[in-house]
Write a protein that binds this ligand. Structure first.
Ligand code: A3P
Length: 314
């Protein structure tokens, strides 16, 4: 069937990918009408791969001239990274009756916009304009565990029983997940990053965790605003200050991330749902070694043709 449900989330399959039902029409409107600028920065991620973290880091890197990361009035100390860097499909979701052209046109350059959309479903103007795309994915085992907790957390009160983990696991192994199959989402951006490394940067949550400062420096260089020696000399260094501001503990403590809400009438929940553990390998607490082997084998098999591997460095 081309329709599935996990908890309260209803998914619909379209052109080989699964979409949250309420996001399919906005995603198609976005694909057909969004006009990218060469200066745009598109953050593309698979859900639960560190989107919130990447949004915060890139916002800080790009706007560090206006907002010093150590400034106590920094925008990320009073607003959610999801407000600082909106999802493009959410902008379209909120403007389905009247296209959001004017709103998007009024946004000053460089616009930073986020998507979970598979590469093949991006607006054609994204590759054509040669704007920068930063892609972030994560070990699918940790994504599934993160997603499962998230879906449970954002369920409206009084809704039915949650899908058992074993069932969500089977669906995930069948490729049923928003904006997935996850491996097809990853392979699409991986191939593009190999073909156009100047415009598409491929990152993994695990690498970001292992060397956050180094990755932030690489991000800045990729986005055309490398850290100068002068910036890196003062205090603890600008890249390290950004990493500290965007750390899990700091972000979690910001009131907008604790009590603020995300989404609109259809699905509205607390921003705190975006901050859970932030660890690599939490799947071990939820999956048997056999489940892990099964999912790893599926992922490696599906990715083989693309040349990407999630085991070891790609
Ligand atoms: P866990 O559920 O494994 O803890 P997304 O932002 O794409 O929805 O991803 C959410 C995941 O990123 C969650 O993973 C969350 O805890 C983690 N995360 C959120 N903010 C983070 C941060 N500042 N640093 C590291 N991980 C973070």
């Amino acid at each position: 069937s081309s329709e599935k449900a996990i908890g309260d989330l209803r998914l619909r399959k379209y052109e080989g990918f699964w979409y949250l039902e309420h996001l399919l029409a906005p995603t198609l409107a976005m694909r057909d009408t969004f006009v990218a600028r060469p200066t745009d920065i598109i953050l593309a991620t698979t859900p639960k791969s560190g989107t919130t973290w990447l949004k915060a880091l890139v916002f800080c890197v790009v706007h560090r001239g206006r907002h010093a990361p150590a400034d106590e009035r920094h925008p990320l100390l009073s607003s959610s990274p999801h407000d600082a860097v909106p999802f493009l499909h959410s902008i379209y979701e909120n403007h389905l009756s009247a296209p959001p052209g004017p709103l998007l046109e009024e946004m000053p350059s460089p616009r930073i916009l986020a998507v979970h959309t598979p590469f093949t479903a991006l607006p054609a103007s994204v590759p054509e304009s040669a704007c920068r795309v930063v892609y972030l994915c994560r070990d699918p085992k940790d994504v599934l565990v993160s997603l499962y907790h998230y879906i449970d957390k954002i369920r409206p009160e009084g809704s039915g029983t949650m899908t058992p983990f074993a069932e969500a696991f089977d669906l995930f192994c069948d490729g049923v997940v928003a904006f997935g199959p996850m491996w097809d989402n990853m392979a699409g951006y991986w191939k593009e990053s190999v073909a156009r490394p100047e415009e598409v940067m491929f990152l993994r949550y695990e690498d970001l965790k292992e060397d956050t400062v180094g990755t932030v420096r690489r991000l800045a260089a990729f986005l055309g605003c490398p850290f100068t020696d002068e910036e890196e000399a003062g205090g603890s260094g600008a890249a390290a200050e950004i990493v500290a501001l965007c750390s899990m503990d700091k972000m979690r403590s910001v009131q907008a991330n604790r009590d603020g809400t995300h989404g609109n009438g259809g699905s509205c929940f607390k921003n705190s749902a975006f901050f859970r553990k932030g660890e690599v390998g939490d799947w071990k607490a939820h999956m048997t070694p056999e489940m892990a082997r099964r999912l790893d084998a599926i992922v490696e098999e599906k990715l083989r043709e693309s040349g990407l591997s999630m085991i070891g460095n790609p």
